[in-house]
Design a protein around this ligand. Structure first.
Ligand code: SF4
Length: 704
């Protein structure tokens, strides 16, 4: 499909569907545009995305909290002077790490890069992290450890089309990124789509009519499913012995670790029938190249990653894929389906607590020297590793913890786990500064709110879920009074007397980012806005060359894994289950997720009239058997009480969920936020909170 208008991409998820935008009176008109991931299609969020540009409550002037406690309009001069003065005072009295920065996976690559530089050079703080810690951190940690590189999908999404089997763990992509469903058509036609989800979600329903299998485990036991699948693969001689021998290490330890997970034992833990586990393992093996199949994929999403054992679960998924000989083979592989719009690029350019641009580690002396040279500062002036997101938020209000926080592209007052506690800590800060384009729930808690540009008002790049670097283009001017974050950081850096240059031109910032990334794991040094504007589809790594430009790398791992010995590592992992204690006699697990109409914290999509009208509020999904036991009627109020909080919402009685589980979507704030209940216990490797499963008590009736 072709469309006229300015070529850009959707403001929301990591599929980054291609759009053509035409300026019209009062905003832009949106059309779909042909592109390998969406093939002209958009979901409802993409079609209606223009509404947020002219949201009635769009922020157009800085706001400063007055002595009466209310936010009042202020000039940019006054707001920036105030912020700079209070940051300097905080730093002087409490030290540089008393100022913290929280970024977002929706920021462009240029902003993610500049924010990391601003934190480390202008503020001198180690304490920068971002909301990708809540999103991709477990997948990233596991991929880096096992494969030597974290690129969400190490192959183009369209490769899935030829597969005979796709094992999809913890992803409801039929609602979160509907245009991606078309890439599952091949596997469905061959009866090879396997969906692992405690709910019969829209994605799980894709397998109906003989198009695949649905495994519906007890929440928090996905790891057991994977251990059992690998047990069957090894026990039945289905592994790709030659691949394992040549391209991996560590088989013996992993073999020992899965030996006790025969399917009947796994069934007792995870609730998935042993026969179904065996059938799944055989189906995957039959589709794999070593058995003459067309190819197989193992894909993970947040459902299995947002767990205190998220890294272990993704590691088990990779172990399974490696045993079947899939990663690095054209037409097969393992991948993680990145969620946020720039969830991939957002984790490559230095807004993570432990990383510098180019996906370099902040404690690596060579990385520090390289990046410091690009920034024009001494390597020893760069701070070390900061606190990961949950720890950072928990340390607010403690001795030595942050006293000032700058938030960019994140709505923590809705999206953080155990959110009431987070709101309390945010309120206790000496200074909370929020840059946003709408008055999000977090902005409403701020001392200073700075109105910034969004999507169709700015130039930049993002990196999609398949590692493809794409251009975001400016289509219309922002409203009067709105500035870009690049300008905000430049102004603040000047007021703070910072060394280094903070450019405001996205193309110039990208060029600097490319230099900073040179030689790193995510090497962008062969890329530029100019080159991307020619329409080339370029996946990183794309290093600078002295001859013909590098063509980019759509598929990684084809020859070797970027580990010291070139082999992928099979890593043994153990299952411990959810950290909340459920009642053994009558367990009820709460799981959370997304709906088609809303994106992340809902700050944008709740402002789109069509989407808000379709799904105006959250609900509690529960099985008829549970509803009967508890005396809950469909559409009547139901109370959920957990260790960290309570809430009330309307019941939706449906047999698409397990009888021991309730579900709530997470796109709402205030008293409707399911994160009042979620567990902020974290994965020891990635720092990922256990969003996806907690214990609740469920009762019929309105709040008392
Ligand atoms: Fe595509 Fe995601 Fe935008 Fe929907 S929200 S149009 S799936 S990029």
């Amino acid at each position: 499909m072709t469309a006229s208008g300015v070529s850009t991409h959707c403001p929301y998820c990591a599929l980054q569907c291609a759009q053509a935008l035409t300026p019209v009176a009062g905003g832009v008109e949106v059309d779909g545009r042909d592109f390998p991931t969406n093939r002209g299609g958009l979901c409802r969020k993409g079609w209606t995305s223009a509404a947020v540009l002219r949201a009635p409550d769009r922020l157009t002037t800085p706001l400063v909290r007055g002595t009466d406690g209310a936010l009042r309009p202020a000039s940019w001069e006054e707001a920036l002077d105030l912020v700079a003065e209070r940051l300097l005072r905080t730093r002087q009295v409490h030290g540089a790490d008393a100022v913290a920065v929280f970024g977002g996976g929706g920021l462009t690559n240029e902003k993610a890069y500049q924010l990391g530089k601003f934190a480390r050079v202008a503020l001198g703080t180690a304490n920068i992290d971002y909301n990708g810690r809540f999103c991709m951190s477990s997948a990233a940690a596991a991929a880096n450890r096992s494969l030597g590189l974290d690129r969400g999908l190490p192959f183009p999404l369209a490769d899935l089309g030829g597969a005979g089997a796709v094992l999809l763990l913890g992803s409801n992509l039929a609602e979160t990124m509907p245009p991606a469903v078309q890439h599952l058509a091949g596997a469905r036609a061959r009866g090879g789509l396997v969906v692992v989800d405690p709910r019969r979600s829209a994605t799980a329903r894709l397998v109906e009519g003989g198009q695949g299998l649905h495994l519906q485990p007890v929440p928090g036991t996905d790891l057991v499913v994977l251990l059992a699948l690998l047990h069957v693969v090894l026990a039945e001689g289905l592994a790709d012995a030659a691949y394992v021998q040549e391209r991996t290490s560590g088989l013996a330890d992993v073999q020992r670790s899965v030996a006790a997970w025969w399917p009947e034992r796994a069934e007792r833990e995870c609730g998935v029938p042993a026969g179904l586990l065996r059938r799944t393992a055989r189906l995957l093996a039959a589709a794999s190249p070593t058995h003459g199949g067309p190819g197989a994929y193992v894909l993970t999403g947040r459902g299995v990653e947002q767990s205190s054992q998220g890294t272990a679960t993704v590691t088990a998924a990779i172990n399974l894929a490696l045993a079947l000989g899939l990663p690095g083979r054209v037409g097969s592989g393992y991948g993680a389906l990145t969620g946020q719009g720039n969830g991939q690029g957002g984790r490559e350019h230095g807004q993570k607590a432990d990383q510098l641009p180019g996906y370099r580690m902040v404690d690596d002396p060579a990385a520090r020297a390289h990046v410091a040279a690009v920034w024009g500062v001494a390597p020893e002036s760069l701070p070390g590793k900061g606190l990961p997101a949950v720890e950072l938020l928990r340390s607010i209000g403690t001795d030595g913890g942050p006293r000032a926080l700058l938030v960019h592209g994140s709505n923590l007052a809705v999206s953080a786990p155990n959110v009431d506690e987070v709101r309390r800590r945010l309120r206790g800060l000496d200074l909370l500064v929020v840059c946003d384009f709408v008055p999000s729930e977090t902005a409403q808690l701020a001392d200073v709110v700075l109105p910034v540009t969004q999507w169709a008002e700015e130039e930049g790049t993002l990196t999609s879920l398949e590692g493809r670097v794409i251009r975001r283009r400016k289509v219309l001017d922002p409203p009067d009074g709105v500035r870009s974050e690049l300008w905000v950081w430049s102004e603040l850096a000047r007021r703070l007397g910072s060394p280094g240059v903070f450019d405001t031109d996205p193309a110039a910032v990208f060029d600097e980012l490319a230099r900073a990334s040179a030689g790193g794991r995510a090497d962008y040094s062969g890329l530029s806005h100019e080159r991307l504007d020619t329409g080339e589809a370029l996946h990183w790594p794309c290093p600078a060359t002295s001859g013909a430009p590098h063509p980019g790398t759509p598929r990684v791992f084809t020859d070797r894994f970027p580990t010291p010995d070139g082999r992928a590592r099979l890593v043994p992992v153990d299952h411990h289950g959810p950290l909340d204690d459920v009642r053994p006699d009558a367990p009820v697990y709460l799981v959370t997720g997304r709906v088609l109409q809303h994106y992340q914290s809902g700050a944008q999509t709740r402002r789109v009239p069509e989407l808000a009208a379709e799904v105006p509020q959250p609900w509690v999904e529960l099985h008829p058997l549970l509803a009967l036991r508890l005396g809950v009627e469909d559409a009547a109020p139901v109370r959920l009480t957990g260790r960290r909080g309570r809430l009330t919402a309307a019941a939706r009685v449906t047999d698409t969920i397990r009888p021991d589980t309730v579900f709530m979507p997470f796109h709402w704030g205030g008293a409707e936020s399911v994160n009042l209940l979620t567990n902020d216990a974290t994965d020891p490797v990635s720092g990922m909170p256990e969003f996806k499963v907690c214990a609740v008590d469920v009762q019929a009736g309105a709040p008392r």
